[in-house]
Write a protein that binds this ligand. Structure first.
Ligand SMILES: Nc1ncnc2c1ncn2[C@@H]1O[C@H](COP(=O)(O)OP(=O)(O)OP(=O)(O)O)[C@@H](O)[C@H]1O
Ligand SMILES: [Mg+2]
Length: 268
């Protein structure tokens, strides 16, 4: 019998495509750096109190931490959605602290927000077109490449994004961010709200996207799974760096287990 998803579609449709070989030339030094970033939403209220982060070429870096720690805020500061009050954000060695999101997309940074990350009234294809409005002439070529990673998007091209399941919408959101062929992808809780099987799929996909040459910063509430797949991780707490290390180091750090991974981690 064929396994079906919640919408009655065959699970086989979710098979992950194989990424092509890494096409991007290697970059010396870090691709993205946050240096002692101070940022916030309301004047004189700082949410980030000097956050730092380094993303090397080809890395998958995880950010974990309690609710309200400032994880989403850090991604927004990296992507020019809130002003950097002090400190700096650098991309490929250039200061990008004052640049706006559309300028950052043009330079090679993609971002998938935590919520409201698709246009529900538009079709899958229209959502993907929105991702490439700066360079519409490359649509066919980029669509083919994104559909290699997410075959389901090709099959559901004409369906409205709002009619898709949560897992499928997440694929649309990630596919849209990948349309301009970014060098860096910022993902805010890509597995949130998905059933365990799809959470796992998201992590596998992120590794595949990463293997295809896209450096990734991933914020995750599923801390253990994130630490298992990431190269390095940052634990944020109250808008500042609390712990840093390889995924394994952070996963097995008694302090991190005690404070951030909870009793579940201790039991396992
Ligand atoms: N648009 C906003 N305006 C004002 N304050 C905000 C806004 N968004 C977030 N904050 C505040 O900034 C702080 C950090 O929020 P943020 O969303 O970055 O946390 P987070 O680590 O992503 O948490 P979660 O795990 O719940 O997603 C919180 O105190 C929150 O109330
Ligand atoms: Mg968040």
């Amino acid at each position: 019998m064929t396994d079906l998803d919640a919408d009655g579609m065959p699970l086989a449709d979710y098979v992950i495509g194989t990424p092509g070989p890494r096409r991007r030339p290697r970059v010396e030094g870090p691709v993205l750096v946050a240096r002692d970033v101070v940022a916030g939403y309301v004047p004189e209220v700082d949410i980030l109190n000097g956050c730092s982060l380094t993303l090397a070429d080809g890395e998958l870096v995880g950010i974990i931490g309690p609710n309200g720690a400032g994880k989403s805020t850090l991604l927004k500061a990296l992507f020019g959605l809130i002003p950097v009050r002090r400190g700096a954000v650098e991309f490929l060695g250039a200061d990008i602290s004052g640049l706006k999101a559309n300028q950052l997309v043009a330079r090679g940074i993609g971002y998938v927000p935590q919520v409201n990350n698709v246009f529900p009234r538009l079709t899958v294809q229209e959502n993907l077109e929105m991702g490439l409005y700066l360079d519409a002439g490359r649509f066919a070529e980029r669509l083919a490449s994104v559909c290699e990673l997410f075959p389901l998007l090709g099959q559901r091209r004409r369906q409205r994004a709002g009619s898709l399941s949560g897992g499928e919408r997440q694929m649309v959101a990630m596919g849209r961010a990948l349309m301009p062929d970014p060098q860096v992808l910022l993902l805010d809780e890509p597995s949130a709200g998905l059933s365990p099987i799809f959470q796992d799929e998201v992590f596998v996909r992120c590794r595949r996207i990463n293997a295809a040459g896209v450096s990734i910063v991933m914020v995750e509430q599923n801390a253990r799974r994130c630490l298992q797949i990431c190269d390095r991780a940052y634990v944020l707490d109250q808008g500042a760096n609390a712990h840093t290390g390889s995924g394994d180091e952070v996963l097995n750090d008694p302090k991190v287990i005690e404070l951030y991974l909870g009793t579940l981690a201790k039991a396992q």
